[in-house]
Design a protein around this ligand. Structure first.
Ligand SMILES: Cc1ncc(COP(=O)(O)O)c(C=O)c1O
Length: 309
């Protein structure tokens, strides 16, 4: 599959009252549509890691995440589809969520690390233990992060540029997307190479060091730490959905006929509405908003009273 080219995502005009009122045009980049299982930005962030695995002949890939992780879901699906082993290191105590049930069904070997054990993931030697246990397996950073993950997202810039004439836009003025680790945003900043700004709506608290992480990725790629802005959007915290957010998500899904989920995509759109209300984007602005996918994660919403942690 890694032989497959990076899939081309469709641009769709997003028409909503509050965008029309402000005279802001949005082209929604539907990464959620590119693959039923390796969906959203995960397909792009995993691309380089899947290629490397194929090139090195590693028997499998190990990564880590929470019990709703879109990243582990995509990784496990890739392993199942392309016949390599996958190992998932999970945050917290053993529990069943729709995501975890899928990971098991895809054949991923799961290890629950507890909360303390998961916090130790940044310590030197953490990966050595798992590489000893699974000889030859390669490790994929949390969330498909790292420069390899970011570089898988950079081609989206050229993809969008190529679609603009058919979309009826002479050009656009920047990007808007949800940010978790900042990997996807860093990839777009690299792809833009200083041409247009990338605005990132932070799904988690501002204190989580995402800015430093983006700066590190850009530095590793030899680029200055500029060309983007991070906008607070976490509301009640990462993975927490309040009533206003859920109502906004339902209204937007109905009005635009698009599927959303509360952790990333609905939060990012609500943050965009708030930025527009603050007058941050002038009438006539044309923005590319990235639908980063994550729809598998919304299955848990009904059962967990809006807290997907
Ligand atoms: C649906 C969705 N949107 C956005 C993000 C954030 O992406 P990144 O971690 O690259 O900032 C994630 C996490 O990977 C995600 O699952």
């Amino acid at each position: 599959m890694s032989e497959e080219p990076i899939p081309r995502a469709r641009l769709q005009a997003l028409r909503l009252d509050w965008l029309d009122d402000a005279g802001v045009e949005v082209g929604l980049l539907r990464l959620d549509e590119v693959d039923p299982l390796l969906s959203g930005n995960k397909r792009y962030k995993l691309h380089g890691y899947l290629r490397q695995r194929e090139a090195t002949g590693a028997p499998g890939l190990i990564s880590l995440g929470g019990p709703h992780s879109n990243h582990l879901h995509a990784l496990a699906a890739a392993g199942r589809r392309h016949g390599f082993a996958t190992v998932g290191l999970l945050r917290g105590e053993p529990r069943t969520t729709p995501t975890v049930a899928d990971l098991e069904a895809f054949g991923m070997r799961l290890h629950w690390l507890g909360y303390g054990g998961y916090r130790a993931r940044h310590q030197p030697g953490f990966w050595r233990v798992w590489q000893r246990r699974y000889p030859g397996f390669a490790c994929v950073p949390e969330g498909g992060g790292g420069l390899t993950g970011a570089l898988g997202c950079a081609p989206l810039v050229a993809q969008v540029q190529a679609q603009l004439p058919g979309f009826g836009w002479p050009d656009h003025h920047g990007w808007w997307l949800a940010v978790g680790t900042g990997t996807t945003l860093a990839g777009l900043v690299i792809g833009e190479d200083g041409r247009r700004p990338v605005y990132g709506a932070l799904a988690g608290p501002v204190t989580h060091g995402v800015g430093a992480q983006v700066a590190r990725l850009l530095d590793e790629h030899g680029r200055p730490d500029e060309g983007y802005r991070l906008v607070p959007a976490a509301r009640r915290g990462f993975g927490r959905a309040d009533d206003e957010l859920l109502a906004f998500m339902a209204d937007t899904e109905r009005a635009a006929r698009i599927p959303l989920e509360p952790v990333y995509t609905a939060k990012a759109l609500l943050a965009l509405r708030e930025e527009i209300a603050r007058g941050r984007f002038a009438a006539g602005t044309r923005l590319i908003v990235v639908h980063t996918g994550g729809l598998q994660g919304r299955r848990a919403l009904a059962g967990e009273a809006g807290a997907l942690r």
